[in-house]
Design a protein around this ligand. Sequence first.
Ligand code: ATP
Ligand code: ZN
Length: 699
Amino acid sequence: MKKFRQILNTPFPWIIGALLVLMVAFPFMTASGTQSVDTNEGLKLLNEHKATQAAIVDQDHRVDLTLKEEYNQDGRDKGKKISFYYSDFRGPDIVKAVNNAGLSSFTDKPPRNSFFSTLLGYLLPMLLIGLFFWFFLIRPQRGQNSPFSFGKSRAKKFTAEMPQVKFDDVAGADEAVEEVAEIKDFLQNPDRYKHFGARIPRGVLLYGPPGTGKTLLARAVAGEAGVAFYSISGSDFVEMFVGVGASRVRDLFETAKKDPAAIIFIDEIDAVGRSRGVGIGGGNDEREQTLNQLLVEMDGFSGESNVILIAATNRPDVLDPALLRPGRFDRQIRVDAPSLEGREQILKVHAKDKPLAKDVDLRAVAKKTPGFTGADLANVLNEAALMAAREHRPAITDDVLDESIDRVMAGPQKKSTVMRELERKITAYHEGGHALVAASLNNTAPVTKITILPRGRALGYTMVVPDDNKNSMTRNELLDQLAYAMGGRVAEEIVFHDPTTGASNDIQKATQTARSMVTQYGMSARLGMVQLGGEASDPFLHQQGGGQRDYSDEVAAIIDEEVRGLIDNAHAEAYSILMENRDVLDELALTLLERETLGQKELAEIFAKLRKHPEREVWLTNESRPVSSIPPVVTPKERAEAAAAGEPDPDLVAPQDQIAQAHLPSGFDQSDGDLPNPTQNPGEQPLPGGGETGTPYER
Ligand SMILES: Nc1ncnc2c1ncn2[C@@H]1O[C@H](COP(=O)(O)OP(=O)(O)OP(=O)(O)O)[C@@H](O)[C@H]1O
Ligand SMILES: [Zn+2]
């Protein structure tokens, strides 16, 4: 069967071509070798008895004549066989003329080739249409390679690469490296694993945010193991024509299996691996077929082939469960944005061949870049190298690095944007408002940087860098975030009495945070600990608050009210902080206008006079249930730390007596109560909002 296909494969385009030529030429070939003349001319020849034979081809309305002599018309020799056509109404005339000619042989039967040519005339177009469908739709669907190479066109790209990347090149992802190191081992020593009867994993799924080095990791496995590396993106499989993706999958695996050992890397596997039967408009046949083919190939890995599939995605949640079953992508490795340590190591890797000034401290750079991925950090160093080269500096210095961090974060500086003095002033107050509110609140990391230099789309920004090892957030921290998001706009209102459009980004982030608090984190007393709106499974359906709506109109109205309530309270908090600290705000704005960028140290000086905002009231999901008044246990580590700091033993400190008040009505603007709140662990979900994740509140 396979041979047969292969034979069919190559000559088919030629056959189609030949058939096409035939069809075009067909009308001219019907009476082969005959020349046609005018009807009147033909009748004249008949009447003058110049023909020896005549045949009426009735269905073609044609008369074929054989003449006694060569027929010469206008000096052009037309030969002995000629034909002429007649229109319907002249039919009787023609029959009469032929009869009267008294010819030796007279026939009104179709000539010899007529049956054949008629058949051809009807069949040819149908045949062509049939072939067309076969080639474009049916054949690829059955998974063969189309002669037009739709399935194969990228096959040329399936060339193995032998990456030179090593595990050392992947920094700050030690856990992930450890896990993939195992794969390298059984690619190199498959026999040892087979000896123990171990089932070698077929697929490894790397998941995590973009730019965290998933591709790099996969290449490093191939590089370390010294095996062939095939790389393709999931979106390459999804094509217009149904079945092309599936055939491409088959091709890829066939190619890879020819190697003694190979790694197939599929980036963005979610493009094909999305759950079947979901998505807009039901399903997507092409994608599902591709996915099915992928599953078939994975199941079909024989014990002999040493092909391992590594796939990467940012959205493991949308993958079809069938992909994650044992024997398929049963290894799942998380590749996260790097920690402080990790960032330092990544910076070191990328600084290796770049001349750094002696006083550059990469750890300090790592501290300034929370939330940056490996790709961002590589970019920072590259920008710095470009800038140093452009400015003919001997080495990359700290200020160059600072500039390139800002550049990667918010885009290049816009030296050309000339701001009017009033606009600069408004920006200074706006950013000052953010920073001041953040500094006055109790659950927010210190403001590390504030600038009014326009950059990218932002006119300025305020940077709050959180503690690095922070994986969850408390309600109070989220409320702080909301309040200082409002700080910019509130400052504009208080000082200029006329707000600008500059707060749109703040409003967007704050609304998202507030909505998540209400619908995802169970932080609304009215709605309780209920997830509303589910998690989005399809980015196209993903509007604010997540996927499909699974609640009533009444609940929707309450959500809106609660979100609005949170924002209004945040606005009120920012308002009272700024009104109370107007003198500090003015000083901050003035300094900012003068120096344009302020760091943590300069800010601390200005904020020395700041009046802190009181702590918020204790809040509980259900106020009728009083909390326990017993504080959490003191850990040995805490005890040791207290002792080292010369503080009294934590156990001896009187338990907070505010606990008894914990079930008082909630409210944000009331003070008192410094209890740690019952922390809702937002779990795996990415935390919303800007400041705390390192993205600046910009104007
Ligand atoms: N852990 C790391 N160590 C060193 N360099 C890194 C690291 N992570 C990322 N990089 C740098 O970032 C570049 C891009 O990373 P890579 O393409 O591997 O990310 P990715 O996670 O596959 O992203 P995507 O999900 O967008 O495909 C790498 O080529 C490398 O220069
Ligand atoms: Zn702002």
